[in-house]
Write a protein that binds this ligand. Structure first.
Ligand code: TXA
Ligand code: MG
Length: 314
């Protein structure tokens, strides 16, 4: 049924090992436009194209030997490679938002793999949340954000990684880490990358998704807190659990913390809304190594001042 809907140009959300994606036929301009519309996503922010494997990916972009090595090491899995797009791929133009590149990923989740195999073509899939909001790690999260705006969601349970893929650009002279994610920086360096640059702030167009504010809860978030202030709920880590709230990982395990991050942020937001007394979320310090870098990136952007669009209820 999902494949029939996708062939008809509809949007279908599906689980990946990172977060749920909002899938659409990547070669159908109208279907891709519907993804942007359902999410309220600015057309300047390009989409990741999901494919079944390296062979399918190589039909869409130029792969250097370094790109092949990384793909062989980390695919299927939470790594997205931004590469120079080939000509005449059939991909909808809107996917790349005017850039000469395309972002490619081979998801590891068995449901995503089965869907790609059955559909037989690339799927464009951003995270299945309204633009600027917290990413979904369950089918229920998808329906809370996009119910009524999409044709279907395939319920594959809770996503195991819990934060989005690492986005690595191999378009320029040196590899650039555009988004910290499920494959830690340390793992990329251990896989033979000799350097890993940060995006050039003078070239914002190269990483259009790096909005200051993203993953916004309704309640304000305060980071690196020592203790909760009156009215605040606590998002703890390890043995740093204070007052009322939730713990990302009582054992201090960063993989467990990543898997719980978005659902705990949603739950604390709902607890505060149910109280109806304002307040906010105070977050314990989280180590910045391994998956901690991606967790802290998401928390920083969740805590950033919101733009008018992102602060609006949706
Ligand atoms: O784990 C994930 O990557 C999930 C699952 C569903 O696969 N997808 C996801 O998609 O997080 P999205 O759209 O929420 O984030 C994609 C990021 C954005 O920051 C976007 O700007 C960036 O990838 N991106 C996509 N295409 C790009 C390109 N050609 N050049 C630079 N950045 C690109
Ligand atoms: Mg997203």
């Amino acid at each position: 049924r999902a494949v029939a809907l996708l062939r008809a140009g509809e949007c279908v959300a599906f689980p990946t090992e990172t977060v749920y994606g909002l899938g659409a036929d990547a070669c159908n301009e109208r279907a891709v436009a519907a993804v942007f519309a359902a999410k309220g996503r600015p057309p300047s922010n390009p989409l990741i194209v999901h494919v079944a494997g390296l062979r399918e990916a190589m039909a869409l972009a130029e792969f250097s030997s370094a790109a092949v090595r990384l793909a062989e090491r980390f695919w299927p899995g939470p790594l997205t490679l931004v590469l120079t797009r080939k000509a005449d791929t059939g991909l909808a133009a809107a996917i790349s938002a005017g850039l000469p590149s395309v972002a490619l990923r081979v998801p590891a989740h068995p449901v995503a793999q089965r869907l790609l195999a059955a559909f037989g073509e690339p799927l464009a899939a951003p995270s299945a949340n309204p633009s600027g909001r917290v990413s979904p790690t369950t089918a229920r999260h998808v329906m809370e954000g996009l119910g009524g705006r999409i044709a279907a969601v395939i319920d594959g349970g809770t996503c195991g990684v819990g934060i989005e893929s690492t986005v690595l650009s191999l378009c320029g002279p040196h590899p650039v880490l555009l988004r910290a994610g499920g494959v830690p920086r340390e793992a990329l360096l251990a896989a033979g990358l000799d350097r890993l640059d940060v995006p050039d702030p003078a070239q914002p167009a190269a990483s259009p998704g790096m909005l200051e504010s993203h993953y916004a809860t309704r309640a304000p978030i305060r980071l690196n807190a020592d203790r909760p202030r009156p009215g605040e709920l606590w998002l703890g880590f390890g043995d740093d659990m204070q007052g009322e709230g939730l713990n990302l990982s009582p054992a201090g395990d960063l993989a467990e913390a990543a898997a719980n991050l978005f659902s705990h942020l949603r739950a604390l937001d709902e607890m505060l809304a149910a109280r109806g007394q304002g307040g906010g979320i105070a977050v314990a310090r989280i180590p910045d190594t391994g998956l901690g870098a991606a967790i802290n990136d998401r928390l920083r952007r969740a805590a950033a001042p919101r733009t008018a669009q992102e602060a609006a209820p949706c």
